[in-house]
Design a protein around this ligand. Structure first.
Ligand code: SAM
Ligand code: SF4
Length: 335
């Protein structure tokens, strides 16, 4: 029998070369737009082992995937995650190992992450006010995260990007402060429109929604912003603007107002090993069942992944009606 194809292409002709691996659904924060206050997490036995995550990474890179993002929950609270990072950093076909974190562990881990081959990191930061930061994250400590950002900026990553979710009535008055902060540090910042993932009770998503367009207009009142062209595979769904006189780029991720599905080059794997073909749909394939089956071989895993491309949906159907259309929370998929 011929081997599986060596690259991943879906039925709409989109090449998939980017995978986001969620290494845990757990988190030390409970951000109001991401999680409920009381969460039930996946029992540990159902979460992939670090070895299984590595096997997945080997299969994907063997299928032409050159970029892997580790995410969560909070990836840096996964026990011994650095050992996985170190092994991933040594995969020859992996050109871009990147990470998204809430920053709480960066003070002690940033240097090792860089040393083990992480090229870029995204750090979530929604407020620069300690009390408000605590309210938005429910458990977070702003000083700890700011110290983590400081360590990360000194660690020599190729790029650091702050991620901010802006909610009307909660932190919309901090948009310019957050841009000023990124500007001073010479790092990027992206504003992400809130997505209807998981049922939350603390705010009505429709009322709190801030569109990228509103934010862009606000920022343009202070900074000259130069558009950097349409999103591409490298930028992902973010539309970036440069700020003249600095290396800082301001990005907008707008699943509501700009549909970027035609450019989609990514799939996600949940902490339990469910391959999700689209953030905004439930189409998935259970890769853990393959990894733990008596007949497991690396080739079988690759064939399963190739076959899954046939069910990658054409587009998501997010609206800003406020209702969660997707019942899973963002911490299961890692954004
Ligand atoms: N814990 C890490 C962090 O906070 O960066 C990684 C996982 S978190 C789910 C990844 C990103 O998703 C964060 O930047 C977070 O702000 C964003 N996010 C979470 N829930 C969201 C939602 N409902 N809509 C839009 N972005 C969301
Ligand atoms: Fe945790 Fe990240 Fe979700 Fe906040 S956004 S609760 S830090 S997973």
């Amino acid at each position: 029998m011929p081997g599986p194809p060596s690259i991943l292409i879906d039925r709409f002709g989109r090449r998939v070369d980017y995978v986001r691996l969620s290494v845990t659904d757990r988190c030390d924060f409970r951000c109001v737009y991401c999680m409920a206050e009381e969460m039930t997490f996946v029992p540990k036995a159902q979460v992939l082992t670090l070895e299984e995550h590595f096997q997945l990474a080997q299969a994907f890179t063997g299928l032409g995937v050159g970029k892997i993002r580790l995410t969560g929950g909070e990836p840096l609270i996964r026990n011994d995650v650095l050992s996985l990072v170190k092994r991933l950093g040594q995969l020859p076909a992996l050109h871009q190992l990147v990470l998204t974190t809430n920053g709480s562990q960066l003070q002690r881990m940033a240097l090792k992450l860089r040393q083990y081959g992480v090229k870029r990191i995204n750090i979530s930061l929604d407020s620069l006010q300690p009390r408000r930061f605590r309210q938005l994250t429910r458990h977070g400590n702003l000083d700890q995260v700011l110290a983590g950002i400081e360590t990360a900026t000194a660690a020599g990553f190729e790029r650091i990007r702050l991620n901010a979710v802006i909610l009307k009535g909660r932190n919309e008055d901090e948009v310019l402060d957050l841009v000023d902060f990124a500007f001073r540090k010479g790092i990027d910042i992206a504003f992400i429109e809130e997505m209807p993932l998981g049922r939350i009770v603390e705010h009505d998503r429709a009322l709190s929604f801030c569109s990228s367009e509103e934010l862009r207009t606000l920022i343009a009142g202070r900074y000259r912003m130069h558009p950097l062209g349409d999103p591409d595979a490298d930028a992902g769904p973010a539309r970036y603007f440069s700020l003249p006189g600095s290396t800082t780029r301001v990005g907008f991720i707008s699943p509501h107002s700009h549909n970027f599905c035609h450019l989609c080059n990514r799939v996600r794997v949940t902490a339990e090993g469910r391959l999700l073909l689209c953030l905004g749909n439930e189409h998935s394939v259970d890769l853990r069942a393959v990894l733990r089956s008596p007949g497991y071989t690396p080739d079988l895993l690759k064939r399963t992944i190739v076959a899954a491309m046939a069910i990658k949906p054409e587009r998501h159907h997010f609206s800003n009606e406020g209702e969660a259309e997707i019942v899973r929370f963002m911490n299961t998929t890692g954004g």
